[in-house]
Design a protein around this ligand. Structure first.
Ligand code: AQP
Length: 344
């Protein structure tokens, strides 16, 4: 049977990139899953601390992310929802895998470079004093591989920015299986149809929770007025008419893409949607995009508010139940791994 696993870092409220690139897909997979499919969705709090976090803010974000997962439509009766740090087996497998992880391979991964704003060819041992690379950030993909492999996930739904890490997880699994016993499952990537939602202020960069400019992203918790304001200030261009061309018109194309992904019934493709809207002014386009987002995000926002401001015990119970089930799944794999390497 299938085992679906994915995770999201509690580094702020999810934005439309997280929603369209990951969370909405998680819910769809949940709702369409066969009864024998296991679904595990984790709040990756151990990944969040690869960059420095204020403890009280991290505590709040962990809670907000759990609430967001329920608000977007995950059902704790069907999906196993849990904080990563509550399952020690994730960290233990990370250590075991890291003992065979190649520094060369990891140094070619792009994430630590992008998080530290370093160029593509940056050397991990030679970063300037103001940008000292920490071991945790460098081994981020190994922990991610451990997250997936500890549950022997068959499928991992992610946005396009994560394909490199999934490839790495497969490498790690086949390396382990080759070296020891074939017990780890090689996970397949499920790419979301909304592959990459871009920043509103710098449309050549992906929309990100950790972008210092809050106007660069729309949160699933934003009010209609905030959505309108952010879309209105989104960077576009002064070319007349509306067309979809991500290379020459990244800003406008991102708006079209967001509108199309929010409501695929509006057109058959972003190109056709742009064609339908071709005579609109930029201002009118922005209003339409903001209204479409609002129409489809309003329920999520309202559910989120009722959970966050409601009875705290509800979230605690959801996490407790999720941790109990995730622990069973993780411990079963860890037992096999420990046997395979002689730690039983
Ligand atoms: N802009 C995006 N477009 C499409 N998908 C995206 N995802 C993230 N940004 C976009 C997908 O969201 C899932 C969870 O991401 P994450 O929180 O684990 O880490 P991230 O990819 O690093 O996301 P952020 O928002 O940029 O967080 P920070 O700023 O904290 O690093 C993943 O499946 C990802 O593909």
């Amino acid at each position: 049977p299938q085992v679906i696993f994915s995770a999201i870092q509690p580094t702020g409220a999810p934005h439309l990139g997280n929603y369209l690139g990951a969370l909405r897909q998680w819910v769809k997979l949940q709702n369409e899953a066969l009864p024998e499919t296991t679904l595990l969705y984790s709040v990756a709090d151990l990944h969040a601390i690869t960059l420095r976090q204020d403890p009280s803010i991290l505590r709040e974000w962990r809670k907000q992310m759990l609430a967001s997962l329920i608000a977007v439509g995950l059902d704790p009766k069907r999906s196993i929802i849990f904080h990563q740090s509550a399952i020690p087996a994730h960290s233990e497998l990370h250590w075991i895998l890291s003992c065979n992880a190649s520094m060369g391979y990891l140094s070619r991964m792009t994430q630590w470079k992008s998080k530290m704003a370093l160029p593509e060819n940056a050397n991990p041992l030679d970063t300037s004093s103001k940008a000292k690379l920490k071991l945790g950030l460098f081994s981020y993909p190994v922990l991610q591989a451990a997250d997936i492999l500890i549950h022997r996930a068959t499928h991992v739904p992610v946005g396009a920015d994560q394909t490199q890490h999934l490839e790495y997880a497969r490498e790690v699994a086949s390396g382990f299986n080759h070296l020891h016993t074939p017990i780890l499952t090689l996970p397949s990537t499920i790419l979301s149809p909304a592959k990459r939602i871009m920043s509103l202020t710098q449309p050549l960069k992906k929309m990100s929770k950790s972008d210092p400019d809050p106007k660069s992203r729309i949160l699933i918790t934003d009010t209609h007025a905030t959505i309108k304001r952010k879309i209105k200030s989104a960077l576009t261009d002064s070319i007349e008419g509306i067309t979809y061309d991500p290379v020459t018109r990244p800003g406008v194309s991102n708006l079209i893409e967001m509108m199309y992904c929010m409501d695929e019934s509006v057109a058959e493709s972003p190109v056709l949607l742009a064609n339908e809207l071709k005579d609109l002014s930029m201002r009118a386009l922005k209003e339409k995009v903001a209204d479409t987002i609002e129409l489809h995000i309003r329920d999520v926002r309202e559910r989120y508010e009722s959970i966050v401001f409601g009875d705290a015990k509800v979230l605690m119970d959801i996490n407790e139940e999720g941790v109990r089930k995730a622990k069973q799944s993780a411990d079963a794999t860890l037992k096999l791994v420990r046997e395979a390497i002689g730690l039983d």
